[in-house]
Design a protein around this ligand. Structure first.
Ligand code: ATP
Length: 444
């Protein structure tokens, strides 16, 4: 973890928030490379769960919501007892539930008790009084629940269907730490999948598999992921079932994403609290009912951390250690770097033209400083899958060299084929140079 924190700081992935003032505990800023990685993670999620699916839609709701939302959801009441938190496993306990003063689950040491509501409170409007209190949302899910009827009425989707949202959430956590793993301001990627009661078990299993594969398809090693089913005593009051996708972080197995079968708890609570109907009319069966909900809830920051940890690698290359982030090309902040082998004008001109062509489609970096070896290392360290070198021969034969990050293999490619070769490579499709003179089988 220390190596990763230091690499992130040094190369501009992640900085402590307000660093010039000594930092603000448990808040983080994403630098120029970090913001690309984070956007790519969110983009990959959105593509998988919204863009490629006919049964899913996106939503973007406000962070500040009517305070009654939090009364109905149980967040106001549920977190206002005096609580202690285990410093080891982070389970929270009501003081009156404790026996010998250690964590009943793992025996770890506990924090001091405090009256604790994990929601950040602020006030809305010019007068600060009890009536103006609003909260920063502690989860994005409630924005989806309260819009259930808007979605049904405007899209006319039939069950089962789902709604996905990415957005900031805030929790005044008692203990934070492990870099961006647990912070007080973070981002979530949440799905609420509405199903007929009775079909919930099947859809719960479906989403477990689906979400597990998402991480594997984006390059996380299977052996570093596991599913952990919650025991009955661990289940939240609203949940009929819950399983976590855990990742083997440097500090041990910890939750990456939670998948819960929430039954009809949330919609029923909001129906009661708002006096609005939350039922769905099933035209085939001619009946009204409140749908059940399956909720796969993932953290953007935790995913970023898992992708970084999993990708980090060191290997001996000649006499030096090569640090390489083996990020999936879809996640890599920079897709290709253009590296002219000399600073002579015609080469720079050609390289800059390549940059302006390719940067219409991808994040590309341009670097003409230092030796080529050092420039390769700098790109390896931030996970750039391809380096493109322009040399004097390029001026004659109109070909450039592509070097692959993982294998360090180099191939020579005509400039007019470069973007199609990159498309294929970035999509993981096979291509090869045929011996009969520079034609390519691109796999599509
Ligand atoms: P934990 O037990 O680790 O605090 P949780 O079970 O409270 O997590 P959920 O309420 O299920 O978390 O939230 C869903 C997801 O949101 C988590 O799996 C995690 O990825 C992310 N998340 C929750 N709290 C934080 C936090 N404080 N910092 C970063 N990500 C978080």
């Amino acid at each position: 973890m220390e190596k990763l924190v230091s690499l992130s700081r040094r190369r501009g992935f992640i900085f402590p928030s307000s660093e010039i003032y000594g930092g603000l505990s448990s808040c983080w800023d994403y630098g120029p490379l970090g913001v690309e990685l984070k956007r790519n993670v969110k983009q990959a999620w959105w593509q998988a769960v919204v863009q490629k699916r006919d049964d899913m839609m996106g939503l973007d709701t406000s962070i500040l919501m009517h305070p009654q939302v939090w009364a109905a959801s149980g967040h106001l009441e549920g977190f206002s007892d005096p609580l202690v938190e285990c410093k080891g496993c982070h389970l929270r306990w009501r003081v009156d539930e404790l026996g010998d003063g250690n964590c009943p689950s793992c025996g770890g040491a506990l924090t001091e008790p405090r009256q604790f509501n994990l929601m950040f409170k602020t006030s809305m409007g010019p007068v600060e009084d009890e009536a103006s209190v609003v909260y920063l949302r502690p989860e994005t899910a409630q924005g989806i629940f309260v819009n259930f009827q808007n979605i049904v009425n405007t899209t006319r989707k039939k069950l089962p269907f789902g709604v996905a949202q990415i957005g900031k959430a805030f929790r005044n956590e008692i203990t934070t730490g492990n870099f961006i793993f647990r912070s007080r301001e973070f981002e979530q990627m949440e799905i609420e999948y509405f199903v007929k009661p009775g079909a919930d078990k099947e859809w719960f299993d479906y989403w477990l598999k689906e979400r597990f594969s998402w991480y594997v398809n984006l390059g996380i090693k299977k052996e570093n992921l596991r599913l952990r089913e919650h025991g009955k005593e661990e289940l939240a009051h609203y949940a009929r079932a819950c399983s976590d996708i855990d990742y083997l972080f440097p500090m041990g197995w910890s939750e990456l994403e939670g998948i819960a079968n929430r039954g009809n708890f949330d919609l029923a609570q909001h129906a009661k609290s708002s006096n609005e109907s939350m039922t769905y009319f099933d035209e085939e069966e001619k009946e009204h009912f409140i749908p059940y909900i399956i909720e796969p809830s993932a953290g953007v920051d935790r995913s970023v951390l898992a992708f970084l940890v999993d990708a980090y690698d060191e290997e001996l290359d000649k006499d030096a250690i090569r640090v390489v982030l083996r990020l999936h090309p879809a996640l890599a902040p920079i897709k290709a770097a253009i590296l002219p082998l000399s600073k002579r004008e015609p080469l720079i001109k050609m390289a800059k033209e390549l940059y302006s062509d390719l940067s219409q489609y991808w994040m590309i970096s341009y670097d003409d400083t230092q030796s080529i070896g050092r420039r390769y290392r700098r790109q390896d360290e931030v996970g750039t899958p391809f380096c493109i070198t322009v040399d004097f021969e390029s001026l004659e034969d109109k070909q450039i060299t592509i070097r692959e990050r993982n294998s360090m293999k180099q191939i020579r490619v005509p400039i007019d084929k470069l973007s199609s070769v990159l498309v294929a490579k970035l999509n993981g499709e096979p291509f090869e140079v045929l011996p009969n003179g520079g034609s390519y089988r691109l796999g599509f």
